[in-house]
Design a protein around this ligand. Structure first.
Ligand code: BES
Ligand code: ZN
Length: 897
């Protein structure tokens, strides 16, 4: 995020990796905390790395004021090379030496929220990826691991709580109403895991005993008024500790584990050793203020950061190109955690479908656009731009494929070997894959490892073309699989991937046939084949009648599957597939087919794009006696506009929006009685619990209410709007209340404005609820171009604050990134708004600006007039002379051919 608006952007290349010329063994940091001028005394013990030719020490720094440099207690010569501090005359030889550096910085002026900053009067740090250099001069790279001692000194009244990593070893009073706390971290760590917090906070505490009998203290720190919103985060943390020990044998290695919440945070949360810092959005929840989605997100983010303690902290990354080593693996682990907490298979499947939906609506477009990059990138300008869905979600899918190829037990063995080999080290993605393969000698992963690793080096989403052939005479069913992958920036030719494909064959009654692959032993249900060549055939024997194939069950690989199934076959899968993922997928394919047909048709948009068979199938799912509510809600949700757009070569966002709205409205009318039934049937007013069953019921009643309001809008019947408003007022929890409010807003009913005003009045003190209020309005369906003016008004609202990332996202991202029908305007006003905001935010927070800058990534696919207008808007941003490297990298790539 280098704030340096000077000099050319430097491209960092993976092939240029070189080990550090010096090691830093210990770091002793002393902070005199003051918002205007914080003093930092940094005393390090260094030694030369004997494996590297003797050279100068070059320490990273950014926006620091340097006051003093001492070597072994005496003065020494140094020079600045830009922001880098260079020391050329250090002691020669292998002996360690002391280096003392005294600097100051201005936390209250830190608007980037990287390094040391102030949020609501409390000090916080954020160091990943390269924020530590904004606190002191250092070798700010993850392969330099040191032991930290940290002393914090501050005013006692304003900063009663002083926290850092590890254990509190000393504390006490100082003159002038100040006090201090001294912390020692028992584990070596890279500097990106350093953290401190100082302010007025309170903690929910929980003591736990781990399997080995050790006692640990868990704490969740929040502002004094927020204690009543910490129970769920604490429960999630306890569940995380238990799960990692049970599933992977990984215990908590600290006496004390702390989570602290801040309202000003660029990301979701950060895994600093023993002192996780979280965006309030992923900590604070109670039934009155948080939705089911919030509860689920908190569980998975708390889990994610906790799981980093082993995958990321104990074993870290050698360099930032290896980011997916920790992020992909830890996302995989948090996905598994959330699934393992589900009591039944259907809830597990719901979680899997939600994860795949994220992958396909966000990562697939990234992989097909100007920012496409491999899971292990080859180069970057700004590392913050590479915390992407590819590194995270595709990276997690790569780990998941490894588990599929070696089995669940084999994967556990792989993890064990990984820790045996590399605990305490900074390693690469190769090291991880090698450990999993070595722990599973006869596996397909071990056999195909070098080729499997193409998932790390080749960008782009592979397409798998599947063709089935039934031979009645030979009683065989042959599945031919062929793979291709389109070029991506800098990679024109792709070699074949290793693709595990899980397959089932259904008979006419919808039952799974036993599978004999090439006459091999019978497998009941699902057989996973491994596609490793450009084209391969798999023959199933002993098949008496033409089956319906269910391919890529559970989404066994992150690929696009092209298989030309008929409507009848898809309806068969939707009605019967034993694999819940493919059952859902069949419904999505049917819906997508209808959407694409209506979009491609000539003339005005057909107001009833759906046929009776599709509607009947949706009714059957909705009324199904055995399926659960959460699954029904997923099936009845039409494919997202962005997902539909990805299927088209030329995208008219307005037409896509109109078609999807027409489909939704048709479902609202055609299933009117069924929605009433679903609403009455699943509505429950019992005590709130965020478990999968009641969450599913609330999701389905919410959807029903929206459908009933949509229908009411067209037929003018006031009954359901009235009921929705009543529900909004009486709801016993935020999920039901917000769903009712959304139903009114989405349907554009007159009662919506009344409800919105009331909602604001009720929750004006609750920042996270106000974020929802802003987001709902900025994300509302567009009617005659009404959303953009509303968005501009929201920006002028007294509660709006562009500097707070959550609030900025709630309005601007909800509009630019999550509301294509309102954003892509024929008059280009949406794009003009976007370019203004990118430039405005870039002046104080480049990381957030660069994320917003990606909203127009896919401009080349747009139809005219959108395409030219979008290019112009991007060019307008690119023409600004003093852009950050963050935004510059995004817009430059976007405009490249
Ligand atoms: N290590 C990241 C936080 C981070 C991201 C720091 C980018 C600096 C730059 C953390 O573990 C993380 O991945 N957080 C996610 C949430 C997670 C559940 C996927 C985030 O913040 O979005
Ligand atoms: Zn992470």
């Amino acid at each position: 995020m280098s704030s340096l608006r000077e000099g050319p952007a430097i491209v960092v290349r993976r092939e240029d990796y070189a080990p550090p010329a010096f090691w830093i063994d210990t770091v002793d940091l002393a902070f005199d905390l003051d918002p205007a001028k914080t003093r930092v005394l940094n005393r390090m013990r260094l030694r030369r790395n004997p494996d590297v030719a003797p050279q100068a020490l070059r320490l990273d720094g950014e926006d620091l004021n340097l006051a003093r440099v001492l070597v072994n207690g005496g003065g020494c010569s140094f020079r600045m090379d830009g922001q880098t501090l260079v020391l050329e005359n250090l002691p020669e030889g292998a002996e360690p030496f002391d280096l003392e550096i005294f600097t100051t910085c201005a936390p209250e002026k830190n608007t980037q929220l990287m390094g040391l900053y102030v949020s609501q009067g409390t000090f916080f740090t954020q160091c990943e990826a390269e924020g530590f250099r904004r606190i002191t001069y250092f070798l700010d790279r993850p392969d330099v691991m040191a032991s930290y001692t940290v002393t914090l000194r501050a005013d006692k009244d304003r900063y009663p709580v002083l926290l850092s990593n590890g254990n509190l070893v000393d504390s006490g009073n100082l003159p002038d109403n100040r006090h201090f706390a001294k912390w020692v971290d028992p584990h070596k760590k890279p500097c990106y895991l350093f953290a401190l917090v100082a302010g007025k906070l309170v903690a929910r505490e929980q003591r736990i005993v781990s399997r080995s009998g050790k006692e640990h203290l868990l704490q969740v720190y929040v502002r004094p008024g927020d204690m009543d919103k910490t129970e769920h985060a604490m429960n999630s943390l306890m569940a995380s500790v238990v799960w990692d020990e049970a599933r992977f044998g990984l215990p908590l290695d600290l006496e004390r584990f702390m989570i602290v919440a801040t309202a000003d945070f660029n990301m979701g949360a950060m895994e600093n050793k023993g002192l996780n810092i979280f965006n309030t959005k992923y900590v604070l929840a109670n039934s009155a203020t948080a939705t089911d989605t919030d509860f689920a997100n908190i569980e998975s983010v708390v889990g994610h950061e906790y799981f980093h303690n082993w995958t990321g902290n104990r074993i870290t990354c050698r360099d930032w190109f290896q980011l997916s080593l920790k992020e992909g693996l830890t996302v995989f682990r948090d996905q598994e955690f959330s699934m393992d907490l589900c009591a039944d298979p259907s809830a597990r499947a719901v979680k899997r479908i939600e994860d795949v939906r994220v992958l396909r609506t966000a990562q697939f477009p990234e992989d097909a656009g100007p920012m496409a990059h491999p899971v292990r990138p080859d180069s970057y300008v700004e590392i913050n731009n590479f915390y992407t869905v590819t590194i995270y979600e595709k990276g997690a899918e790569v780990v998941r494929m490894m588990q599929t190829l070696v089995g669940r037990d084999g994967f556990r063995k792989g993890m064990d070997l990984y820790f045996q080999r590399h605990d305490g080290q900074a390693v690469t993605c190769d090291d991880f894959a090698q450990a999993v393969a070595d722990a599973n000698p006869g596996s397909e992963l071990s056999r195909l490892l070098p080729q499997f690793k193409r998932w790390y080096s080749q960008a782009g989403t592979p397409r798998v073309q599947a063709t089935g052939r039934f031979d009645a005479e030979a009683r065989t069913y042959t599945l031919e699989l062929a793979q291709t992958c389109d070029p991506t920036p800098g990679q024109s030719d792709k070699a074949p991937f290793v693709i595990p494909v899980a397959i089932g064959l259904l008979d006419a009654q919808g039952r799974d046939l036993p599978l004999h692959l090439d006459g091999g032993p019978a497998v009941s249900g699902t057989q996973t084949v491994v596609l490793s060549e450009a084209c391969q055939s798999f023959v199933f024997t002993g098949i008496d009648a033409e089956p319906v194939p269910s391919v890529l069950r559970g989404f066994s690989a992150p690929v696009v599957l092209d298989m030309n199934l008929s409507d009848a076959e898809l309806l068969h899968l939707l009605a019967h597939d034993s694999d819940p993922f493919n059952r859902w997928e069949a419904g999505q394919r049917l819906a997508l087919r209808r959407a694409l047909h209506a979009i491609r048709a000539e003339g005005p948009v057909h107001q009833e794009p759906l046929d009776e068979a599709f509607v009947a199938a949706m009714r059957a799912v909705l009324r199904h006696p055995a399926l659960d509510a959460a699954f029904k809600e997923l099936v009845l949700t039409l494919p997202a506009e962005t997902y539909i757009a990805e299927q088209l070569d030329i995208v008219d966002p307005q037409r896509i929006h109109a078609v999807r709205e027409a489909m939704r409205s048709q479902l609202a009318h055609a299933l009117h009685e069924d929605w009433i039934w679903a609403y009455e049937q699943h509505r429950d007013n019992g005590a709130y619990r965020p478990d999968p069953v009641s969450t599913g019921r609330r999701a389905l009643t919410g959807m029903a209410l929206t459908m009933l309001c949509l229908a009411a809008r067209d037929n003018g019947n006031p009954v359901w709007p009235g009921k929705a408003y009543q529900r909004f007022k009486d709801a016993g929890n935020m999920t039901d209340r917000f769903n009712a409010l959304s139903a009114l807003v989405i349907a554009g009913l007159p009662l919506a404005s009344e409800a919105l005003a009331r909602f604001h009045g009720m929750f004006k003190q609750e920042a996270l609820v106000l974020d929802k209020w802003f987001a709902l309005q900025a994300g509302a369906p567009d009617r005659g171009g009404n959303v953009l003016p509303a968005v501009r008004q929201l920006l002028a609202h007294p509660d709006f604050n562009l500097r707070n990332p959550n609030r900025a996202r709630s309005v601007i991202f909800s509009y630019c990134s999550a509301n294509p029908g309102a954003f892509h305007r024929a008059d280009a006003a949406g794009y003009v708004f976007w370019s203004e905001k990118v430039i405005e935010i870039d002046a104080f927070n480049p990381q957030v600006a660069a994320r917003l800058a990606r909203a127009l990534d896919r401009w080349k696919k747009l139809a005219e007039p959108y395409r030219s207008a979008a290019r112009e808007a991007i060019a307008r941003v690119a023409a600004k002379p003093d852009l950050s490297n963050d935004v510059r990298e995004v817009v430059t790539r976007s405009l490249a051919d």
